[in-house]
Design a protein around this ligand. Sequence first.
Ligand code: ZN
Length: 224
Amino acid sequence: MNILAFGPNGSGKGTQGAIVKKKYGLDHIESGAIFREHIKGGTELGLKAKEYIDEGNLVPDDLTIPMVLETLANSKENGWLLDGFPRSLAQAEALDKALTESGMKLDYVIEIVLDRDIAKERIMGRRLCANDNNHPNHIAFDAIKPVEKDGELVCRVCGGELSARADDQDEAAINKRHNIYYDDVTGTMAAVNYFKNNTDAKIISIDGSKGIKEISEELISQLP
Ligand SMILES: [Zn+2]
């Protein structure tokens, strides 16, 4: 079973991908990891990609697509779940073509649908516990809201000190990523629509405003 997973930053796509991967024994392939693997392995494509990355530029599609394809072709027998790629309409078209040419079938496209403002709130509201990374705290969710102690917000599980990841508070960076994701002309939403309208893959659209457990249950109920 081969799956593409879409969802904006803040939609919990990574978490859901991990749940699906585990249940079906798939390879969870994340686009950033593909670059890292090729660069670490010193492949020809990896070396070329590194030049772009080192200069702070986007790796062009004619390098990215073959890297993605190679990784997919080497994946587990049970199939793969590709996450974070394609990000644009052009990449979607190229990936579709490359999959067809290589005889690989795309079975499902998972789309986690979430309003842009909520996605941003979800990213910015995450808090880390100084004592344990596995103590979830979030200022926008009642179920895991930090508690107040001496006028400070502390971990709701252990009372530990809380902090926010710098990345999560970088509004400009979040906006930049969301600009690409929510662009339905040439961006990621256009890629999602491409798969909806031009391929035989089954589309599973899930309301991302629900909780992690509800989303994963709904998702799995729609997979075989
Ligand atoms: Zn804690």
